[in-house]
Design a protein around this ligand. Structure first.
Ligand SMILES: Nc1ncnc2c1ncn2[C@@H]1O[C@H](COP(=O)(O)OP(=O)(O)OP(=O)(O)O)[C@@H](O)[C@H]1O
Length: 315
């Protein structure tokens, strides 16, 4: 059984299509990295999984259940670290965990959880005085309560220093070893690369890649990054490039077109752009990295967002 199954899921907010015809399967026991730049639709997808928002179309299954009909059962078996988690300022860290244990009817020791997330000495402090990273550790601890079958972590390393991000990844691996499925959303490739078995890359609400980290590496291994100086390249022009054999991804920031492709495809790429009437001023190639591939899948309509943070935490 798949832990998560999305079939043709679309979510519209008025004129905005946050998620479009998303098909996605996450097998049980997998650590899945859900990647995409800001606004790609990651949180909306998570909210659909948890029945916090209802899809406009499509079918959703979580742990074999319908999140709408069985929302209580789904939430009982799921641990969630929501994006932008805020603490109850007047409660201590331990009280937060006691609350989570009670609401999940779990048999857990709050001190053991505090210890696990690196807050052993801080359980009696009011969470209002916690730093951002400490609050994030607390949120992770709350998600872990009750040994959930599915962990949904929305930007879990946000606010964590490199050591904290590493500890969080260790916990993710421990949870996977216990048999849990982990759905890990992030806009930073470096975070998921070290811990995830597979990734899906979302861009403008659509899944543009779904592969194992190994598969992505193989794509990179044979590939080159071609950077072409050319202005005024349209979506149609990029579409023509993406259609070519040997091309994995193509994007533009307005002045430079970046293409991930096999080395043999380079001439065809330049040719396709020139045939479309684009004036190619210059081009250069270099060996691809995984980061290049990720940026090529996600950049383009949101050129300022992903690259700046891409090396934010890299422990
Ligand atoms: N409640 C809402 N009402 C209107 N528009 C929304 C709502 N929720 C999300 N959107 C829009 O849907 C799109 C996808 O947003 P979403 O929060 O799912 O992206 P994201 O990938 O999680 O981004 P981030 O990395 O910034 O958290 C955005 O254009 C956003 O403005």
């Amino acid at each position: 059984m798949a832990a998560i199954e999305l079939d043709g899921v679309t979510k519209r907010f008025g004129d905005v299509t946050a998620v479009e015809e998303l098909d996605l399967t996450v097998p049980e026991g997998e650590v899945f990295g859900f990647l995409g730049p800001n606004g790609a639709g990651k949180s909306t997808t998570i909210n659909v999984l948890l029945d916090f928002v209802r899809p406009s179309a499509g079918r959703v299954e979580v742990l074999g259940m319908d999140p709408q009909a069985d929302s209580v059962a789904v939430r009982e078996r799921t641990g969630v670290l929501p994006e932008g988690f805020s603490t109850y300022d007047r409660l201590t860290g331990r009280e937060h965990l006691e609350f989570a244990i009670e609401s999940k009817d779990a048999d857990a020791d709050p001190d053991a959880v505090l210890d696990r997330v690196g807050l052993a000495g801080d359980g009696d402090r009011k969470a209002g005085g916690y730093s951002k990273g400490m609050a994030q550790r607390l949120a992770l601890g709350m998600a872990l309560v009750g040994d959930p079958d599915l962990l949904i972590l929305d930007e879990p390393s946000s606010g964590l220093d490199p050591a904290g991000a590493k500890e969080m990844r260790d916990i993710v691996r421990e949870e996977a070893d216990r048999g849990a499925t982990v759905f890990f959303s992030s806009h930073v490739l470096g975070q998921v690369e070290a811990v995830c078995d597979s990734v899906g890359i979302l861009r403008d609400g659509e899944l543009v890649a779904r592969d194992s980290i190994e598969g992505l590496r193989e794509t990179v291994g044979t590939g080159a990054t071609l950077e072409i100086t050319a202005e005024g390249v349209t979506d149609d022009d990029l579409g023509a490039v993406r259609e070519l054999d040997g091309v994995d991804a193509a994007s533009t920031d307005g002045a430079t077109v970046t293409v991930q492709c096999d080395s043999e495809a380079k001439t065809a790429v330049i040719g396709a752009l020139e045939d479309a009437g684009v004036a190619v001023e210059d081009f250069s190639t270099r060996e691809s990295s995984l980061e290049d591939l990720f940026l090529a899948y996600t950049e383009g309509s949101a050129p300022d967002e992903a690259p700046d943070d891409a090396t934010e935490v890299d422990a």
